[in-house]
Design a protein around this ligand. Structure first.
Ligand code: ATP
Ligand code: MG
Length: 898
């Protein structure tokens, strides 16, 4: 048997089939393209379905893949096997070879047998086979063509060995290859054991022969309605994890190099000994399986959520977190385990490495969400179970309540109930879920979420029933207060709903709000809205039409209902960072005009919690000195602690008073102005609807991080304030310390030390050059002594040099002409991979008509170049340095002829 790593085993499969004329095709996404009937890709043939159905043509008729698969729903749901089963995963890779009307049964069987026995070198006495009971062809290929002992081939019924894509359409018999775990038990009863699906055998590979087109559903498998397909095909699938387990002599897939690094990483984090780990192996395995699934799902763009595909990453992350809790983790840890997955799989799936940060971030966020409610969820479940009599059943409604209000996936509820000897009414759960969906009307996406008209309608309805006044939602972002308010509307996927569940993404309209809606460069606020027993995290804000202010977020706890009273709280830490940056932007605008000139006009800005960005008209780069002056002035304005106040007045009045406005911006008749001034001294005056600090000292400090160009005549600066600025400055100071420490001096003397080092370096360089020149001269003199030859009555020096720069070669022509009265010198050297040739001729020979410029052309041609020059000296370059010896031969030939 060939002991291979998983990477080698995967590659050996693809290489073998490529050699057999198959085109290697990359795995498709876990999300099937244009196939809404299928939650996830669950086999290699999924990306070729249309090819098999004749709806799509490819320029190849044989393909091979290693396909990412998920089996967590529908016909193939292996979720509950994960952990206890040594061979089932949610996420796994399926190796496959495919024939689209090309080869059929005989070759499919031959290929499978060849790769298993010759590439993977599996001993034949450990392989056993199944075929469909009526499939004499396949039986004969195994027994007669391949020569397998008939004792090792079992005929099986349709439940295991007949495949159909759907009730009608392509279908056909299959043949499976199994691994015998205990050959010492003898071969006499292999057939019976296979027919009983005994655990002695591990299914590794399934060969599907797409042979018929079924015209009518055939539940009794009579075959009556099966018509032969005009071009039969082959679809095979072998679990990579299983073949690797076989090749690595492992008892379970988890004991291979695909899983062990992941399990060991978890163990490192728990600090358990190997014995403790093995006593708790199920949680380790579940975590390893689920984290692989989470990493690959997130990488394919499936983010955790409440419904549909999104529910699966949520499920695997939460279930892994719950099993983590059993191992003692009380904080998010899965991102660190995800690192091990990315290490193991990153070589074949390089996109994981590129996306690593994002994947880990998504996983941690989901884990944190779960942690916030897990404890309460588990406590309530415990209490519910305590109320049951021994071995009782938890009602579907209660299980649904746990999911809907505390985000406990049904599978997690089931895990816990079963651990404690109870069952869960899953049918009742599904009914309760469907019932809720009906009441709340959720899930019917309207696809017109952004449509202003819809929001207008909602607002008019709210105004008609008196919930909202004429101006719409009362909007006052200029306060840090907590708002008491009422839920007027809830929307999900653009549809009005009465209530929502944990995990639902919702839009929520209140009668009054303090959340700022992005405008004038200042980003929207985030925060929380809480009602009785429920919480929504507000992630963003929007104003689809005037008067409608909409909070967008996710239910993280409980069930919000329309009509509930709430408290809404802006995230003030974030808000404070934002407003520091906003007021700083006004100081910046004023300071730029003071120092660069009044041609400076604001052209755009971003006021975020972590930085500010300001675009303005100015025709040249702002120099470092100018930036320093501007920053100093801003910091002085901060220190002066100007009060900042807002005033509403007519637009006319504001303009007359000289308030700065954004060119091209539309303002109403009454405008809000922001004034930064103390009694006698007005620093800044702008039209602005944003939120600001009360006094400039709150900004703390201001520092530029960047200056650049956006487009012709527009510059962009970026800057930090408050805590971010302090950290930035500290970082720069740390760098300075590192520099001075490295130089072995104080910070003040670092610059002096660098200048001294630079001077020392130039002096040393000059000295080296001098020495090199002396050395070259010395070598040259020696060359004249030893290599000067006489050709055709002339003295000649023909030589290949190494590592001599062009300048020195040129100098050598003078040295030669000074030393030799009646001679020709040809020097060649490889300089940076290119041949360089130089020719010098003594004056006496020049008089006789020998010209360097003429000589060099045919010589340079040999190295693929050209050149020319004066009669005394010529120089040429070329392309091929390996031809330098031939070029010198050519020179010798020319001199002999001349
Ligand atoms: P099993 O009976 O073991 O569940 P299956 O009949 O569902 O397997 P197929 O649908 O024929 O398997 O898939 C082809 C191959 O994919 C299998 O032979 C096996 O090697 C692998 N495979 C299937 N399901 C899983 C899984 N959940 N985890 C890992 N490998 C799997
Ligand atoms: Mg299965």
């Amino acid at each position: 048997m060939e002991r291979m790593t998983s990477t080698e085993a995967r590659q050996a499969f693809l290489d073998f089939f490529e050699e057999m004329g198959h085109k290697p095709i990359a795995s498709s996404s876990l999300v099937p393209a244009n196939d809404p009937t299928l939650l996830f890709t669950n086999a290699g043939m999924v990306q070729f379905k249309d090819v098999f159905l004749g709806l799509d043509k490819r320029d190849y008729s044989r393909a091979t893949t290693s396909q990412k698969c998920m089996r967590v729903s529908g016909k193939h749901n292996d979720l509950e096997n994960v952990g206890p089963s040594p061979r089932h995963h949610t996420f796994f890779e399926m190796l496959g070879n495919f024939s689209f009307g090309d080869y059929f049964k005989r070759d499919a069987i031959k290929y499978a047998y060849t790769i298993l026995t010759e590439v993977y070198k599996l001993p034949t006495d450990r392989l056993v086979y199944t075929v469909y009971e009526n499939d004499d062809e396949a039986y004969d290929f195994w027994v007669k063509d391949v020569g397998v002992d008939p004792k090792r081939v079992a005929r099986m019924g349709p439940s295991t060995n007949f495949w159909q894509m759907a009730d009608t359409g392509p279908c056909g018999p299959t043949s499976e290859i199994h691994w015998d775990k205990t050959p010492e038990d003898g071969e006499d009863n292999i057939i019976e054991l296979l027919q009983e699906e005994d655990d002695r055998f591990l299914e590794i590979w399934n060969l599907v022969f797409m042979q018929y087109n079924r015209q009518q559903a055939d539940p009794d498998h009579t075959g009556e309605w099966d018509e032969p397909l005009p071009a039969p095909g082959v679809d095979t699938g072998m679990g990579l994890e299983r073949i690797v387990a076989v090749l690595q002599g492992a008892n379970a897939n988890y004991e291979t190099d695909l899983f062990m690094p992941i399990i060991e990483r978890t163990q490192e984090l728990t600090g358990q000994s190997d014995e403790e780990r093995d006593a708790n192996i199920v949680p380790y395995r579940v975590i390893a399986d689920h984290i692989r699934a989470a990493v690959f799902l997130v990488n394919d763009g499936v983010l955790p959520g409440a419904k549909g595909r999104a529910a699966i990453p949520r499920l695997v992350i939460r279930r892994a977190a719950r099993f983590g809790a059993k191992l003692g983790f009380d904080k998010p840890f899965l991102a660190q385990v995800a690192d091990a997955v990315i290490d193991v799989m990153g070589e074949h799936y390089s996109e994981l490495v590129e996306q690593a940060d994002n994947i880990k971030h998504v996983i941690t966020l989901e884990e944190e969400r779960f942690h916030r409610t897990m404890e309460r969820g588990l406590n309530e479940l415990e209490a519910m179970l305590d109320e049951l009599s021994d071995g009782g059943e938890l009602s579907g409604e209660k299980a649904f309540y746990l999911k809907a209000t505390l985000g406990l996936p049904i599978q997690v509820t089931k895990d816990i109930a079963e651990e404690r000897g109870y069952t869960v009414d899953e049918v009742g759960f599904e009914e309760a879920e469907a019932e809720h969906a009906k009441i709340s009307g959720g899930g019917q996406a309207m696809g017109e979420i952004e449509s202003g008209e819809r929001y207008n309608q909602i607002m008019q309805d709210l105004q008609a029933d008196g919930s909202l006044g004429e101006g719409g939602v009362a909007y006052n972002p200029y306060t840090n207060d907590t708002a008491k308010s009422t839920v007027l509307s809830l929307l999900q996927d653009g549809t009005l709903v009465d209530s929502a569940l944990v995990g639902d993404k919702v839009e929520i309209v209140l009668d009054t709000t303090h959340f700022y809606v992005e405008s004038g460069g200042q980003v929207s606020d985030t925060g929380t809205i809480s009602g009785d027993g429920w919480v929504i995290e507000v992630e963003s804000m929007k104003k689809p039409v005037n008067g409608m202010i909409v909070h967008v977020g996710e239910v993280v706890e409980g069930n919000p209902n329309v009509g509930d009273t709430v408290t809404a709280q802006v995230d003030l830490t974030r808000r404070n960072s934002i407003i520091r940056n906003h007021t700083a932007t006004h100081l910046l605008h004023a300071s730029l005009r003071n120092n660069l000139g009044t041609h400076v006009q604001q052209k755009g800005s971003l006021v975020a919690p972590d930085r500010l960005r300001f675009d303005f008209s100015h025709h040249e780069k702002v120099t470092d000195k100018e930036l320093a002056t501007v920053a100093t002035e801003i910091n002085q304005a901060i220190l002066k602690n100007y009060p900042v106040r807002a005033e509403e007045k007519s637009q006319e009045q504001a303009r007359e008073e000289g308030a700065m406005a954004l060119f091209g911006e539309k303002y109403g008749d009454v405008v809000r102005t922001v004034i930064i001034e103390s009694d006698d001294d007005r620093y800044s005056y702008e039209l602005c609807g944003g939120v600001h600090v009360g006094e400039t000292a709150e900004i703390g400090t201001f520092v530029f991080t960047n200056e650049g160009s956006v487009s012709a005549g527009i510059r962009r600066v970026e800057a930090l304030t408050g805590q971010a600025a302090i950290e930035y400055i500290q970082q720069k100071l740390d760098t300075l310390t590192l520099i001075s420490d490295t130089l072995g001096t104080t910070q003040d003397q670092a610059i002096g030390r660098i200048s001294a080092l630079q001077a020392e370096l130039s002096a040393t360089r000059r000295e080296v050059e001098n020495l090199q020149r002396k050395l070259a001269k010395f070598n040259f003199d020696e060359m004249i002594e030893t290599q000067l030859e006489s050709i055709n009555g002339k003295q000649a020096l023909l030589a290949q040099l190494e590592g001599v720069p062009m300048d020195t070669m040129r100098e050598m022509t003078d040295w030669f002409r000074n030393k030799v009265d009646n001679g020709v010198m040809v020097l060649a050297s490889d300089i940076n991979g290119k041949p360089q040739i130089i020719v010098a001729v003594s004056d006496a020979l020049v008089k006789d008509g020998v010209k360097a410029g003429n000589l060099i052309k045919p010589i340079a041609q040999v190295v693929g170049g050209g050149g020319g020059g004066r009669p005394q000296m010529a120089q040429a370059g070329g392309k091929d340095s390996t031809k330098i010896p031939q070029a010198l031969d050519k020179a010798r030939e020319l001199l002999a002829e001349a």
